[in-house]
Design a protein around this ligand. Structure first.
Ligand SMILES: Cc1cc2nc3c(=O)[nH]c(=O)nc-3n(C[C@H](O)[C@H](O)[C@H](O)COP(=O)(O)O)c2cc1C
Length: 164
């Protein structure tokens, strides 16, 4: 079972996390930059991990913003999410981009996995990536908590593998 890890990254942080997730999964997983990926190739996969950082005032990363998500076929396909943000600088829209991707994927009929990630250990005021008291995917903060990134990836990937 091949997995497509698809990221949008402006400064490289989300790209780095995508590659760490790939290495930690230890499964057949390919990494794609949404800035150069084509829908025809992505649509050959049935399991995805989508990652985005958040920019401006709680917006999706630029390359995700430019990509026409209408071209993605996600009905019945499994999708996990990860998002990067800055909880100190943008505590009122922390990781909102991940919340936006969650809405896109659920609207398109995806089966969401890798969610219910605890908010404990983060310090922020509001996030569109929180539903029912938990993040919809893995939240990473390279700006303030980079020392926790590897441990968070390990724990999340372990939980995700049980759902694959
Ligand atoms: C101008 C600017 C706007 C940002 N806006 C947000 C935001 O609204 N919410 C958030 O959680 N993080 C925000 N961030 C933080 C980035 O998401 C964070 O630095 C992330 O690690 C960048 O990842 P990338 O290099 O993969 O794009 C912003 C950063 C900058 C420089």
């Amino acid at each position: 079972m091949a997995i497509a890890i698809v990221y949008g990254s402006s400064g490289g942080n989300t790209e780095g996390v995508a590659k760490k997730i790939q290495a930690t999964l230890g499964m057949d997983a390919r990494v794609f930059d949404i800035g150069s990926a084509d829908a025809a190739t992505l649509n050959t996969f049935d399991t995805f991990i989508f990652g985005t950082s958040t920019w401006y005032d709680g917006e999706l990363q630029d390359d995700w913003e430019s990509f026409n998500t209408d071209t993605l076929e996600l009905v019945g396909k499994r999708v996990a999410l990860f998002g990067l943000g800055d909880q100190e600088g943008y505590g009122h829209e922390f990781c909102n981009g991940m919340g936006i991707l969650h809405e896109v994927c659920t609207d398109k009929g995806a089966v969401m996995i890798g969610g219910d990630w605890p908010v404990k250990g983060y310090d922020f005021e509001a996030s569109e990536a929180v539903k029912n008291g938990a993040f919809v995917g893995l939240a990473i903060d390279e700006d303030n908590q980079d020392e926790l990134t590897d441990e968070r990836i390990d724990t999340w990937v372990e939980r995700l593998k049980a759902q694959l």
